[in-house]
Ligand binder design. Structure first.
Ligand SMILES: Nc1ncnc2c1ncn2[C@@H]1O[C@H](COP(=O)(O)OP(=O)(O)OP(=O)(O)O)[C@@H](O)[C@H]1O
Ligand SMILES: [Mg+2]
Length: 412
């Protein structure tokens, strides 16, 4: 079997960068113009660009934009007879400046022993090499915040790296080593101000990226689908389902991650292919999304719950799977009591029950809010966090309970 769904699996790989950016193209264009005009300003013209997002926002295209710009710039300048080499280095975990320079040396293919050579000597070798070859390098330092937050990398080291031309004045006054910094969030700017103010004041461009909206994800997914899937295997409907689910907006749900959206499409495609289906159906997408969502559920946390907490979670997921929405605590208590009896457990009393509800919500397994109901006054309402699909949660909880005490003794 196989071959009916996928035409090119490579486009679903994490590190794949498309030749054309369907979104973020304006940011890319702007950065390209910026660098190109910098290059035509002549000798010594240099600046530093920072791409960043908001804390916790992952998969929003920071790395992709940086890599794309570095490669597009290479193409762009090649046509003008300028040789620029893109270099990508992920500095997560804060390697020493020596290690970073070794990375640059090996990416550029410079013949200098990295062991036993001092950082400053390596830096010299790099600038000499670029001078002799009449070349430039654009070095992308990804996860740059990691370097700034590290105490192992000194401010002097950072200055040496990012202000090479001060340290080693270029022979022809042309700065050939340029940096594009990528960071998780805006704190990078204040850290830079604190640690390396002279570099911070030199940032030419700050590009802030927001999580992707549903429309943006749609464009990204349609591109991937047409590059990697057979035409007959996918439809706009399934793309819509995925992008609506992951799309970010001020008011609802999705976290705006292109990574998760692409992964969901890939999983749905894998499921279709494994079944020997000729096309990806809504059901495949539903399963892919819920597999992804359930992977958010901390299984180890769930395994640490006692039987009553598990039964309460079972009650809630059963009710929500059946009717959705917010549940009153009374409603949950009723369902919990009948489930407890069915499993042969003595239901816990009022106070203990509320204690457990609070614990579950502290663990992030529940969301609660207080509302004013016309008849009953202030009542606590509960639901599952939106990223946890109720029916999948129920399956998981049931299986943990099954391991613990066996199945229900009487049907609930
Ligand atoms: N504008 C885009 N066009 C096409 N594909 C994109 C775009 N933005 C992101 N992607 C894809 O989404 C995935 C995640 O993007 P990327 O790695 O750039 O996110 P990130 O913001 O760097 O995430 P993290 O914070 O985890 O490092 C990649 O597979 C990438 O190819
Ligand atoms: Mg990244």
């Amino acid at each position: 079997m196989g071959g009916r769904i996928f035409t090119d699996r490579r486009v679903f790989e994490e590190t794949y960068v498309p030749d054309i950016l369907p979104v973020r193209d304006k940011e890319a264009e702007m950065l390209l113009n910026r660098y190109t005009s910098r290059f035509s300003e002549g000798p010594g013209a240099t600046d530093i660009t920072v791409i960043y997002g908001s804390i916790g926002r992952v998969g929003i295209g920071k790395t992709t934009l940086a890599k794309y710009v570095a490669h597009a710039l290479q193409e762009h300048l090649r046509r003008r007879g300028v040789n620029l080499r893109p270099v990508y280095i992920n500095v997560y975990g804060a390697p020493s400046v020596h290690q970073i320079l070794s990375g640059i040396v090996s990416e550029l293919g410079i013949n200098v022993p990295v062991r036993g050579t001092a950082a400053i000597e390596m830096l010299k070798a790099i600038t000499d090499y670029l001078y002799i070859k009449d070349s430039y390098a654009l070095v992308v330092l990804d996860e740059f915040q990691s370097l700034l937050m590290s105490t192992r990398v000194s401010n002097e080291d950072l200055y040496m790296l990012l202000r090479v031309y001060e340290e080693i004045p270029p022979k022809d006054n042309v700065n050939r080593l340029n940096f594009l910094l990528v960071s998780q969030d805006f704190k990078v700017l204040s850290y830079m101000k604190e640690r390396i103010p002279q570099v911070e004041s030199q940032i030419g461009f700050k590009v802030y990226l927001k999580p992707y909206t549903a429309d943006e994800l749609r464009a990204i997914l349609e591109q991937r689908a047409s590059l990697g899937l057979a035409d007959s295997a996918w439809s706009h409907d399934i793309i819509d389902m995925i992008s609506d689910y992951y799309g970010y907006s001020e008011t609802k749900g999705g976290d705006g991650s292109a990574r998760r959206a692409i992964l969901a499409l890939r999983m749905a495609a894998e499921m279709a292919e494994a079944e020997g289906a000729i096309r990806i159906t809504e059901e495949h997408v539903r399963r892919a999304i819920s597999t992804d969502a359930i992977s958010n559920v901390p299984l180890d946390v769930m395994r640490s719950l006692n039987i009553h907490e598990l039964l309460i979670l079972l009650a809630i997921s059963t009710l929500i799977a059946a009717k959705g929405g917010w549940l009153s605590t009374g409603e949950i208590k009723g369902e919990y009591e009948s489930l407890a009896r069915a499993y042969g457990e003595e239901p816990r009393r009022h106070t203990q029950f509320y204690e457990y509800l609070k614990d579950l919500s502290n663990l992030g397994l529940l969301e609660s809010r207080v509302t004013n109901l016309p008849q009953r006054g202030r009542t606590t309402m509960v639901r599952l966090p939106p990223e946890i699909p109720a029916d999948r949660l129920r399956e998981v909880v049931e299986s943990i309970i099954m391991d613990r005490v066996g199945g229900p003794k009487i049907s609930p």
